[in-house]
Design a protein around this ligand. Structure first.
Ligand code: SF4
Ligand code: SF4
Length: 470
């Protein structure tokens, strides 16, 4: 590895500044409302403005923030939720992250890398459930080279069973050098995701022993900048909540987002905000664990701070929390998740903690989650069209383009949902889904676009055509 930072490889996180912003601002209702109003105009917030929202503690003001986040989510994203699944490829790891059951020094963890046959079986199982988007997860290990990752991605795209195919593969793996990113990008990945875990330097050093690869804070912080310089233009950032003060981490995420936007003209495509979960062989100080109430606050405030960034809520959280938090601005969730290596072909649904990175909270099967979403008025979407039509990075202005949702997201959500209903859903889900599609179609005004949409829906149902998108 060449070990060269990006052209702009600087440490842009100022702990003293963020700590002060997280702690010293006194609640000011007028100021909070002014900032909410700015956000409702879909303008991204400055770090200082985000800190003002974080200072709101009175229940009525917090409720105003929740309401604003709900409204903004509706305005920017409508009622769609994009569905994906994680697939763990290998859990060998040279790092020793204190909070992780895959850390190198933990000898009781069962280690595994999927071989080719196992990979094929996992993909076929995922396709058989109706998945179209995956995120492949790799530990950090000399075996998981950029070539290995790129080969895995190509294999995943090549596996097609019946109507099943994976149309977008995202990656969660260690930060690479420029050449590594280029190789992986060439295999056709969507988003490259790297979580900083904690933006607080001292905590970072405590959680990631300095002698390990991950112990290098700046190498990781700079990881997505190098990815961008190497041609990746969809980037996912994230923090693991529960390691340090949650308000600090929110400010860290917003600072990171601004840095990418200012330096490269493209902010992160997604933000993730996992909370620490119980895990095999892990005992953490609970001082910074985030309560459900504060979790809701952080999701709502992130929504208001970065109106156009996708927000991912994973099955780490329980069904109840997912239901509630979804409304505050989440745009993507995973469904039917299994994080044990080769877990998608396992008959027994029991979680085995010494084979998993952490314990998941929402273990419901995919179909049950989709039905629950539809019962609550959401449209599950398997859309991958932007990435496949070249609408990415700088030219991927996503929801910022007036009419984008009407033109692309809604019709694509309905088309991919129809595919799911025809190919994978049981009778009850089908009934709920068809009713929802009819209801959504009624909301769309008559136009040549609607005519095309109706034709394409017909082709899926009656002519067995697939992968029709706008
Ligand atoms: Fe390895 Fe990732 Fe676990 Fe750290 S969090 S020990 S890098 S698998
Ligand atoms: Fe996402 Fe583009 Fe599909 Fe909308 S049309 S859901 S932005 S991929």
């Amino acid at each position: 590895m060449e070990n060269k930072l990006s052209k702009h490889g600087v440490d842009f996180i100022d702990d003293a500044k963020l700590d002060k912003l997280a702690r010293s601002i006194k609640e000011d209702k007028v100021r909070v409302r002014e900032i909410i109003a700015k956000s409702m105009e879909k303008k991204p917030l400055e770090v200082e403005e985000t800190a003002v929202l974080l200072s709101a503690e009175s229940p009525d003001l917090v409720e105003e923030i929740f309401n604003a986040a709900r409204q903004l989510k509706k305005d920017v994203y409508g009622n769609r939720i994009v569905i994906f699944a994680p697939l763990y490829i290998g859990n060998y790891c040279v790092n020793d992250c204190v909070y992780c059951a895959f850390r190198n020094s933990l000898r009781t963890t069962v280690r595994k890398t999927l071989n080719k046959d196992e990979l094929v079986a996992q993909i076929e199982a995922l396709e058989g459930k109706g998945h179209k988007r995956l995120i492949l997860v790799f530990g950090e290990h000399p075996n998981y080279t950029p070539d290995f990752i790129a080969d895995t991605v190509r294999t995943v795209y090549s596996i097609k069973k019946d109507h099943g195919e994976i149309r977008r593969v995202n990656i969660n793996a260690a930060p690479m050098d420029h050449e590594g990113y280029r190789k992986v990008k060439d295999s056709g990945i969507g988003t490259y995701q790297i979580f900083q875990e904690t933006y607080h330097h001292e905590t970072y050093a405590k959680m990631h022993p300095p002698q390990t690869h991950k112990g290098d804070y700046l190498w990781r912080l700079d990881g997505l900048s190098r990815a961008f310089e190497s041609g990746c233009d969809d980037m996912g950032i994230g923090a693991l909540f529960g390691l340090y003060d949650w308000k600090f981490e929110v400010l860290g995420l917003v600072t990171h987002s601004h840095h990418l936007q200012k330096t490269y003209g493209v902010g992160p495509h997604t933000i993730s905000f996992p909370r620490v979960r119980p895990a095999h062989g892990v005992a953490l100080d609970e001082k910074y664990f985030v309560s459900d109430h504060d979790f809701k606050r952080l999701v709502a405030i992130l929504r208001l701070s970065v109106p156009y960034t996708g927000m991912i809520l994973t099955a780490r959280e329980t069904m109840e929390i997912r239901r509630e938090v979804m409304a505050f601005g989440v745009s993507q969730i995973d469904a039917g998740t299994r994080i044990e290596l080769a877990g998608y072909t396992k008959k027994d649904e029991k979680q085995e903690l010494n084979k998993e990175q952490f314990q998941i909270g929402d273990v419901r099967p995919m179909e049950e989650i989709l039905r629950d979403l539809m019962d609550n008025g959401y449209v599950p979407s398997f859309c991958t069209s932007c990435y496949r039509s070249g609408r990415t990075g700088q030219i991927f202005m996503e929801y910022a383009i007036p009419g984008f949702i009407e033109k692309f997201c809604t019709p694509n959500a309905l088309l991919t949902l129809e595919e799911y209903l025809v190919d994978y859903a049981g009778p009850e889900t089908k009934k709920v889904g068809e009713k929802l599609i009819t209801k959504e179609l009624q909301k769309i005004k008559d136009s040549p676009q609607k005519k095309k949409l109706l034709e394409r829906l017909g082709k899926i149902k009656d002519s067995n055509e697939r992968d029709l998108f706008f």
